[in-house]
Design a protein around this ligand. Structure first.
Ligand SMILES: CC(C)(COP(=O)(O)OP(=O)(O)OC[C@H]1O[C@@H](n2cnc3c(N)ncnc32)[C@H](O)[C@@H]1OP(=O)(O)O)[C@@H](O)C(=O)NCCC(=O)NCCS
Length: 172
């Protein structure tokens, strides 16, 4: 009778590597601080997500986080501004990776980073994802109630359309 063992080489040695079936593990997801040299891939992802980025410089990436699987960029989120109130911006997940929780993971990572840096409140502008942020505790606010320092940022002042929803959340 044939058993799995009967197919092993007679010598008892394992089959050479080249003849074994290749089992590739899916690369794990890593969330890491962005580097300035990530700029072109970040811009490509923001482009694909139809998010504005004309004000974004490589220096902004000092306050950005990236989600990578292997070599592939799957998501991005940024913080901007100083002090107690910060702007959460440029949250985007590659289309192929959407719907698996990565958007929330990145948002929570940005919130944790802001909290660790002493921020107590986040603000954001969105034209497309108000319900997504509302489910995470962000509340609609009048744009002119945002702190002046944030309103002077280019994203607030001119990049995001005036029709964008302004939202805010107190950090625990
Ligand atoms: C918004 C975005 C970051 C969400 O990323 P994601 O990885 O798909 O989100 P998650 O998997 O964590 O959450 C998925 C849930 O959010 C909901 N959701 C995702 N995008 C949404 C949107 N634009 N509006 C409302 N709900 C949305 C999904 O329906 C899903 O709901 P479910 O859990 O009931 O099925 C992603 O859709 C994206 O990159 N959009 C384009 C850029 C954008 O609009 N960014 C926000 C402005 S800064």
């Amino acid at each position: 009778m044939s058993t799995p063992h009967s197919q092993a080489p007679k010598s008892g040695k394992p089959a050479p590597l080249a003849s074994r079936p290749v089992r590739r593990r899916a690369p794990t997801l890593e969330i890491r601080p962005a580097r300035r040299e990530d700029y072109p891939t970040v811009i490509a992802l923001l482009d694909a997500a139809h998010l504005p980025h004309c004000d974004l410089t490589p220096e902004h990436l000092d306050e950005f986080l990236l989600a990578e699987r292997g070599e592939r960029l799957e998501g991005v989120v940024g913080l901007e501004g100083q002090g107690e109130a910060r702007l959460l911006r440029s949250l985007a997940v590659a289309e192929r990776a959407q719907g698996a929780g990565l958007g929330h993971l990145l948002m929570e990572a940005a919130e944790a980073r802001a909290r660790a840096q002493g921020a107590s409140r986040l603000w954001l502008l969105t034209t497309t994802a108000e319900p997504f942020f509302a489910r995470a505790g962000y509340l609609r606010a009048e744009r002119d109630t945002a702190p002046k320092a944030l309103r002077l940022l280019t994203e607030f002042a001119s990049v995001c359309p005036s029709t964008a929803a302004c939202m805010t959340k107190m950090l625990d």
